[in-house]
Design a protein around this ligand. Structure first.
Ligand code: 9YT
Length: 130
């Protein structure tokens, strides 16, 4: 059994920050679960363009408020605690926080730990042995 404690991850190399977000990575590819699990903060003041062409992601908002825009359809959905979005079609999207949002994120395939978004909004493909 694996036990992780967010408080022990903060400030380590499993605590990764990019422009407008901070991702505390609770479970990673190396843990062998087949997904990764992140406790992610979306900070106020930056619209994030994300497009996970190599991953599926489900995101469950547990704190804060903001919105997601589906770039394919233009549909805008308010995000608040209790709302989940699942990018089951590798959907191109934008997210923005009005109040800092705290999100529980699951990635399939799992991220290895160090990923930040490239210029297209994607994370690189998982290595074949991940
Ligand atoms: C919601 C989202 O995709 N935010 C960007 C960071 C990512 N979720 C991560 O690595 O936790």
């Amino acid at each position: 059994m694996i036990i992780r404690d967010l408080n022990k991850i903060i400030g380590t190399d499993m605590d990764v920050t990019g422009p407008g977000w901070t991702s505390r990575r609770l479970l990673l590819a190396g843990d062998g679960m087949g997904f990764s699990l992140h406790d992610t903060l979306i900070h106020v003041g930056q619209e994030l363009h994300l497009h996970y062409t190599n991953h599926l992601e489900a995101v469950y908002c547990i704190e804060g408020k903001g919105r997601i825009t589906d770039k394919g359809t233009g549909k805008v959905t308010d995000l608040r605690p209790g709302i989940v979005y699942a990018l089951n079609e590798h959907d191109d999207h934008m997210i923005e926080a009005d109040e800092e949002m705290r999100m529980v994120c699951v990635f399939n395939p799992p991220v290895t730990g160090t990923e930040v978004h490239d210029e297209t909004g994607a994370y690189p493909a998982a290595p074949a042995d991940a």
